[in-house]
Ligand binder design. Sequence first.
Ligand SMILES: Nc1ncnc2c1ncn2[C@@H]1O[C@H](COP(=O)(O)OP(=O)(O)OP(=O)(O)O)[C@@H](O)[C@H]1O
Length: 514
Amino acid sequence: MTVIGAAPLPRHDGAPSLELVGFSKRFGALAALDDVSVKVNAGAFHALLGENGAGKSTLVKCAMGYYAADEGQILLNGREVAITHPRQAHELGLGMVYQHFTLVPNMTVLENFVLSRDHLPAVIDWAGERRRLRDYFATTPFAVPLDTPVADLAAGQKQKAEILRQLYLKRNLLILDEPTSVLTPDEADEVLSTLKALTQARQLTIVTITHKFREVNAFCDTVTVLRRGQLVDTRPTRDLDNDTMAEMMVGRRENRVVVERETRAPGAAVLSIEGLSVADHVGQLAVEELSLEIRAGEIVGVAGVSGNGQRELVETLAGQRHAEAGRMLVHGEPYAATRAEMVRHKIACLPEEPLRNACVADMSVAENMALRAFDQPPASPDGVRLKRAPMRDTALRLIEAYRVKTPGPNAPIRALSGGNVQRAVLARELSSDGDLLIVANPCFGLDFAAAAEIRTRIVQARNRGAAILLVSEDLDEILQLSDRIVVMFDGKLALQADANRADVGAIGRAMAGH
Ligand SMILES: Nc1ncnc2c1ncn2[C@@H]1O[C@H](COP(=O)(O)OP(=O)(O)OP(=O)(O)O)[C@@H](O)[C@H]1O
């Protein structure tokens, strides 16, 4: 029997340098990486930028041993190392933090930390582990409650716990994949400034994948830009301004799409929500007696920190969850969010995490793009037989129009990068000329050019008279697009305002529950 009571706590050996030399990786015909070399200095806070599908995730997954590169050499502190499995990367001190949380929600922080070690003893001395972790947290820049189930932590605390776990596991080179996408700007700044201090103290080296220029300017000292699988350049941040970074990412093409909202009075109510109450996955009320009306030709933005009932609201409108009380009406008729009703009323929906909630991951891009209309012409002239050729033609048209980067219409949709899955689903949903559009975080994980494009399409849909419910954690997006703004806090509407007269301070306070 092994008891690890006396095991020493992890210790940091200082920030290493990392050099990736000549990395190439193909997926079938697609060169996801083509001879990419990047040098990350010891103690750097190094940003990796690029449009969706540029190869950022592929590069770091090769470095971490999740993917086998076709070619490429890794130097750690100037010495060549072999990393063919994540466990080898971990043993060398490399760790990864993702945009989506990886801690097990129904286990406590303590259980998550201890059980995530690569090597575990047969019997665990939990009391000793708790004591040592508590002492360890006394030395770390932030702490999280040890005995709380991760599911009960706020998003900012969860991300802190993810980072602390990496430090606890003795990782001294962290790769962050869009680490702040689920955090409020204040939470993001808190986490990033702490990490910055650790890099400056030479305890950590950080590579961060991000789409946020603000964070690059505030925290990163070096920037590497990838474009279509190739290295554009690595430069000090102080030598770059936003326009230069943008141009390095997308090349010299016109990339700013101007959003023009036509002045128009909203029409009749398309969606009416009356006294809606919805329970969450553990049966607690996540939406409480919520009433809201959305009229033709208006965008109603639902602002709020995630976890205040937005997800449950969207799931109910999309037919993925039942309401406990209240009712929904579309064009004045009771609406139960069945697929038939969605087709009849021309309702389009982009839920959160589209790969999970709006796609069949193993089906092809073309099949996924046809999911709404596979039993209607032209995909099925008689509603029974499926015709492949029209489905493929539609997919090719949408792939081109929405610039979805995919090896082809027949590739399984799960093989696409996150941003490209988002584009594929948006292409399907926005191309249907719907009367009602329900979108949740439509630009989550998209680069700025793609985000501008999608926002323009949402405004175009509004201009032609669609009613749009826009749920977003990005307050700038809400302010830019909405005609009316509501704030959701704790399942209720905490504030309703006309966008022209919106007081951003009041919105911020309502989001924080004040
Ligand atoms: N497992 C895979 N199988 C096939 N193609 C893949 C796979 N993983 C990535 N690709 C393709 O490789 C290219 C690069 O993808 P990658 O995920 O590295 O991009 P990214 O820069 O991280 O994009 P995003 O910002 O959207 O996350 C994309 O065109 C993607 O479709």
